[in-house]
Design a protein around this ligand. Structure first.
Ligand code: PLP
Length: 400
């Protein structure tokens, strides 16, 4: 039997979502067609939009359908920044721990369109330095077109002071976007109350199928379209509207926000048991990220000094436990996590990271299976450890 501890990567489709999806798939029409079949599909789409808006404190007109979190992030960062850049505001502020969907988009705008980017630093637990944002905007607020800071981090689970970020930016009339892909369904999210101008989320982190998500965008927020075509979604996001996937998204958001407090407590209890068990089994393991309520209820993240994360994950996988390092893998080679480096970890620690994430279907058995497999996996990963050339050089330098 497989123990799945990688819910932050994607979480299984919930049964009630699969039912809603199957029902909506029976409605065969293009929501943009004017005939009866089209109108039936449109009804499914608009009811789903209303349900998502009600669950997340937004107006239905503020919900823009996307194919997921990456597209929503791209639409927000490119769309808002391009609109402001035209008004003489080329500044683009992110945090150093954003998902690549935001960081790479910002980098692209810097390289090709003259965006003046600034990455806010974080403290050792991964919390963004809001005083740095306040200082920066006091100096350059008039030249800044967008601030984009994630609601919660996908690697270490740290929750950001998002309302404070929004209120600092508002003082300088700078729009704020938040990537809430890991937050929606894990912590309470109310778009209107947050003070944000735009917020991204993704269905497959909530129990909907992969390939559907949304951007919440405040009414009146200028947004230059990224995707051109048939003019759907008020010409902001063209493309035939997948009403059945959107119905699945609405069902998943509904399921995740109903009883959120109870489920968050259940998940946090499991997480705390997992954390205590890991620290007991491997006393020198280092828990990264914020303590207690400062981290997502489903996130635990450790570094195991002197262990090779790839070998550790491979051994866990062989024992039936699916986990992740949480950071990007390029051409099959694990990259040191930019999040851990920004939090002050060294290259060696950043290569020995393991993220264990719980979700709606997680149970105590999952935690126990991990704890049973972990000691041997860590021992093997330590035996397999070979310092990378840069670490070897550093070690030689230290010794001499
Ligand atoms: N933002 C964050 C914080 C994420 O964790 C992810 C996915 O891992 C994304 C964006 C991208 O979302 P999607 O997989 O729906 O494109």
């Amino acid at each position: 039997m497989t123990t799945y501890l990688d819910h932050a990567a994607t979480t299984p489709v919930r049964p009630e979502v699969a039912d809603a999806y199957a029902r909506a798939l029976q409605v065969a029409g293009n929501p943009s067609s004017l005939h009866a079949a089209g109108r039936a599909a449109r009804r499914v789409l608009e009811e789903s939009r209303e349900s998502i808006a009600a669950d997340l404190g937004a107006d239905p007109a503020e919900v823009i359908l996307t194919a997921g979190g990456t597209e929503a992030d791209n639409l927000a960062v490119q769309g808002i920044w391009r609109a402001r850049a035209k008004e003489g505001r080329p500044g683009l502020v992110t945090s150093a721990v954003e998902h690549h969907a935001v960081l790479e988009t910002a980098q692209h705008l810097a390289e090709h369109e003259g965006a003046e980017t600034h990455e806010l630093g974080v403290d050792v637990t991964g919390v963004v330095r809001t005083e740095e944002l306040a200082e920066l905007l006091a100096e350059q607020g008039e030249r800044t077109g967008l601030v984009s800071v994630m609601w919660a981090n996908n690697e270490v689970g740290t929750i950001q002071p998002i309302e404070q970020v929004a209120s600092i930016a508002r003082e300088h009339a700078v729009p704020v976007h938040s990537d809430a892909v890991q937050a929606v369904g894990q912590v309470p999210v109310d778009f209107a109350a947050s003070g944000l101008d735009a917020l991204s989320f993704s269905g497959h982190k909530l129990g909907a199928p992969i390939g559907i998500g949304a951007l919440l965008a405040r009414r009146g927020l200028g947004l230059v379209p990224v995707q051109h075509g048939g003019g759907q979604e008020r010409s902001v996001r063209s493309g035939t509207l997948p009403h059945a996937s959107f119905a699945a998204l609405a069902a998943a958001v509904g399921a995740a926000v109903t009883d959120l407090a109870v489920e968050a407590q259940r998940r946090a209890r499991l997480r705390d048991r997992l954390i205590a068990g890991v620290l007991e089994a491997v006393p020198d393991a280092e828990l990264r990220g914020a303590p207690g309520a400062g981290r997502l209820p489903g996130n635990a993240h450790f570094t195991f000094s002197g262990a090779d994360a790839d070998a550790l994950l491979f051994t866990l996988d062989a024992a039936g436990v699916c986990a992740s390092s949480g950071s990007a893998c390029q051409a099959g080679v694990q990259q040191p996590s930019h999040v851990l480096l920004a939090m002050g970890a060294d290259d060696g620690a950043a290569r020995s990271a393991v993220r264990l994430t719980l979700g709606w279907s997680s149970s105590e058995e999952d935690v126990e299976a991990l704890l049973a497999a972990l000691p041997e996996a860590v021992a093997r990963a330590r035996a397999a450890y070979r310092p990378r050339p840069s670490q070897q050089r550093a070690a030689v330098k230290e010794a001499s």
